[in-house]
Design a protein around this ligand. Structure first.
Ligand code: PCA
Length: 213
């Protein structure tokens, strides 16, 4: 039996919901094929998320860690490839902290790649006609920091794999903030497909999902 730790964020930027947690919480304690999902909410805080994530990893000892965040300007699910060692926050986090042009870890590598098979996840979701893309930037805010710290942490746990997925705002947020949106039900379906795909044969995806610019 595999264990998947699925994290979502609390609301941030003055919003009352965060689509990432709306989706993640629906999968808490569900079993998808042979994987049990543990969902947990993280603070949208530059200072708190690392400790929260470390504690969850050491308590649950998951096989897979998938962290989710909300990308309010996006209408598609974005499977992130790259975490940068760089923060340049356009708004303050929920503690009022707004780092500008700072490394996440002094002398850490400039970037980490996700260790989940990102192309397989994207093509599996695409096959179900759910809007999804491979993304090469997780931004320069709390999500990018969490993704970077996750991949840094997993260097100490080589048996675990991890990645980060940005999801669009949910339907309730469209009414309040005019964001592009995707229903929570559709995001949950996409996450289930990805968790199933992680348990299936790891054959190569030979097509390019890259970008020209
Ligand atoms: N999205 C923000 C932080 C928390 C979240 O859900 C981001 O993309 O950095």
């Amino acid at each position: 039996m595999k264990k998947v730790l699925l994290t979502g964020f609390e609301p941030f930027g003055g919003q009352v919901l965060n689509a990432s947690w709306c989706a993640a919480q629906r999968l808490h304690h569900t079993v998808i094929d042979n994987a049990t999902v543990i969902a947990a909410q993280l603070s949208c805080s530059f200072h708190k998320t690392h400790g929260e994530l470390k504690q969850l990893i050491s308590r649950h000892q998951p096989d897979v860690v998938l962290c989710l965040g909300q990308a309010s300007n996006s209408s598609v699910i974005q499977v992130e490839k790259v975490a940068l060692n760089y923060i340049d926050a356009r708004i303050a986090d929920n503690d009022g902290v707004q780092p500008i042009e700072q490394p996440i870890i002094n002398d850490g590598p400039n970037a980490y790649f996700a260790s989940v098979p990102v192309k397989r996840l994207v093509t599996a979701v695409q096959a179900h006609q759910i809007p999804v893309s491979l993304s090469y930037s997780a931004g320069t805010f709390v999500c990018n920091q969490l993704f970077y710290l996750l991949m840094h942490e997993l260097t100490l746990h080589p048996q675990m794999i991890g990645g980060f997925i940005h999801v669009p705002a949910c339907e309730q947020q469209r009414l309040l903030h005019q964001h592009p949106f995707m229903s929570t039900a559709q995001v949950v379906t996409a996450l289930k497909i990805m968790i199933q795909r992680l348990q299936q044969p790891q054959d190569e995806v030979t097509q390019s999902l890259g970008t020209l610019y």
